[in-house]
Design a protein around this ligand. Sequence first.
Ligand code: Z5A
Length: 210
Amino acid sequence: MRAGRFITLEGIEGAGKSTVARIVCDWLEARSIPVRLTREPGGTPLAERVRRVVLERGDEGLSPVTETLLMFSARGIHVENLIRPSLARGEWVVCDRFTDATRAYQGSGRGVDAQWIEGLASAVHRDLVPDCTLLLDLPPTVGLARARRRSGLAADRFEAEAEAFFHKVRAGYLELARREPHRIRVIDAAAELVGVERQVVHVLEGLLEP
Ligand code: Z5A
């Protein structure tokens, strides 16, 4: 059986990843392609427990380095128990965030050393690299307004960050896309949903070409 493909979605808060993830899955299912939708941090019961720890706004501090380690702990659990087995069964895995999020949020956003992050990435998931990453790009003002309309007041530690933080994260993502243009496809996510969908379908059609 042909191994499945690994598609990830990235972007700042409120970029529309969850919405687009659903569109991607529906498009693949309509073509009888087996697909597994998942997310990070989380994706399995144990990794979802780590998600709660890392996102919760508690009294205790969490340094950028510790936050990075928690992201990779959740990722290790997720890769071993869900992502690799699904790909081996021939399923396409559609994952809402993966290691590019750590590069952008902890690396560019929080200033964690990029080489150290790469070392952790190769220790945790070695050769596993997404076949395609859809980077939903939009100005932080637009993303944050969408996210706040949806969920009201800031609920987790990231949603509580100031807009300046998301400018750094966005710049980090765009730099990753500049370095890996074949893998990371930039989608104009400030467009109306129908326009976003058109761009995404164009990329998916390219993936199915022999
Ligand atoms: N994080 C990290 O720091 N390091 C890591 O390694 C990983 C994660 C893996 C949780 O992620 C946090 O973890 C995240 C980064 C950090 N925090 N932040 N920021 P998450 O992905 O679970 O949470 P999120 O980024 O906060 O996602 P979100 O707010 O749920 O946004 P979204 O999934 O990108 O957007 P959405 O829910 O699809 O859409 C938001 C709203 O906009 C919704 O009402 C939609 O109906 C609407 N929408 C969507 N598209 C459009 C368009 N095109 N036009 C108009 N309205 C739209």
